[in-house]
Design a protein around this ligand. Sequence first.
Ligand SMILES: Nc1ncnc2c1ncn2[C@@H]1O[C@H](COP(=O)(O)OP(=O)(O)OP(=O)(O)O)[C@@H](O)[C@H]1O
Ligand SMILES: CC(=O)C(=O)O
Ligand SMILES: [K+]
Ligand SMILES: [Mg+2]
Length: 573
Amino acid sequence: MAIAGELTVPCGQISSKIPTFDFKSHISGVPMIYCSGGKLKSRISTGVRAVLQVGVEAAESVGKVEGALGFDVVSEEELREKGFLGMRKTKLVCTIGPACSSLEDLERLALGGMNVARLNMCHNSRKWHLDVIRKIKKLNEEKGFCVSVMIDTEGSQIHVVDHGAPSSVKVEEGSFWLFTTKKFEGSRPFTVQANHSGFSEGIEVGDELVIDGGMASFEVIEKIGNDLKCKCTDSGLFLPCAKFSFWRDGKLVERNYKLPTLSRKDWADINFGIAEGVDFIAMSFVNDADAVRNLKDYISTKSSISIRVLAKMESLESLQKLGEIVEASDGLMIARGDLGVEIPLEKIPAVQEEITYVCRQMNKPVIVASQLLESMVEFPTPTRAEVADVSEAVRQYADALMLSGESAIGSHGQKALSVLRMASNRMETWSRQENRQSMLHHRKLGVSLPDRIAEQICDCAAEMANNLGVDAIFVYTKHGQMASLLSRNRPCSPIFAFTNDRSTRMALNLQWGVIPLFVDLTDDMEANIVKSIDLMKAEGLVREGDAVLVVSDITPTAARSTAFQSIQVKTIS
Ligand SMILES: Nc1ncnc2c1ncn2[C@@H]1O[C@H](COP(=O)(O)OP(=O)(O)OP(=O)(O)O)[C@@H](O)[C@H]1O
Ligand SMILES: CC(=O)C(=O)O
Ligand SMILES: [K+]
Ligand SMILES: [Mg+2]
């Protein structure tokens, strides 16, 4: 135990206020171990390490270093080119559609920084999606990418109307339209089909019918059976499969169609996703936590690997149950497209900020989705307002940004991805320079002692990393818990998460600032640490003088009866 420069603290004394920690009095021969914002390596002698240790003894034996560093080619290249601080923290999700489904296009998106590929099961056939999934797995295996796969369920979308034509139809103010549940082939002038017979239930003459959150508006002037005769009050466009909502006295008319969140088709798609080993299932139109829990239970009985369930926030009801939904799910998507049909558009920015805040508090990753760069579906450059919107999501510390039509059907998908990448990098740099991460506050999450210790260790470690100005944080994690607790603090340095669990690696792809690495880990944590540093050194990815803050957490095993958690600061020699 008597290692020079080692600091042992009983767990009750570990404070989240690391700056008040007086290392000087504990570590002989080290002039100063932390310095705000500056470079640690000039201040600390090579090889000295500080260990905050909770539990029992440090592991001593160091095995022979062998094995491979499971670095994905894109992060590795980024590190070589831009250094630790230049690594992008915000993760990028691309919706895959006909415009980007070839192997070459997928490879270009992977090279451009796509962390997660999203397949929207609303569109196209399962065979088509299968082909894309296989291509992504092939690229991961053969070319060294680390792109996770997400399927997104269709959900029971009852609020859809269609005019029958393949493209958009113009709607003039003052024109009269019939919204009918009667089925017919092709298109009829001034007639729109609703996809659900109960679409007009509870609707009264005088109500307002809004298409796609404001693409066009109508007043209901007559009810004819289930059908509605409406007069256009605000001219605009009808897209195919447009979404609609009804409003009365400025408020959404809430209707409960009593349809399950997952339709029969969704269950078939979920079985398909499980069989193909996807990494995430995004659940559309989640209204409560039960729906999420049911799906998670179902997955745990059907799949030997862990598939993370993301809840999509896209209904008024889901917003009212935000807390329980975040708690039940493995992450959230702010699906601003459909959300904008159910709440006034001007409310979306505040709702987005609230959801990203709650998710970070509860340590769940969050994706900001829809229309981030909508104009790029058509044009090769974004509007200034779109760049401002993207930057705002990054400033809010969302874990991930998502492209929809921009990559799925647009002509400039790769360019849109590079806009997300560059805007993220720029705003992250600004936030770091402004020291904005120091303004983040966290509510305490852990209830059990081990969970509270893990949380304290990670909060302290992140604060130490910032104060010391270390180059990188290394963490060893089985289920990703320690990595995400670190990420929650949005530290300045990148978090390299070493795991020997493949599903954890793929899930961590969605977490802010985490670079997941697949390596063989043993029960001997000290050996794991030495091995991973040596592998990084051998590849030239860490160099002499680099300072790394190492966080480890070993759960009790047959050989070791006590949990052991530590924070060590190592300078590479
Ligand atoms: N696999 C696909 N095949 C064909 N078109 C697709 C595919 N995926 C997406 N698209 C097209 O890209 C557009 C945007 O895609 P996206 O899936 O994000 O739509 P969305 O309506 O926002 O999602 P959701 O239906 O989940 O609310 C869609 O309108 C659709 O035209
Ligand atoms: C992504 C999605 O489902 C939406 O924005 O509605
Ligand atoms: K969907
Ligand atoms: Mg949606």
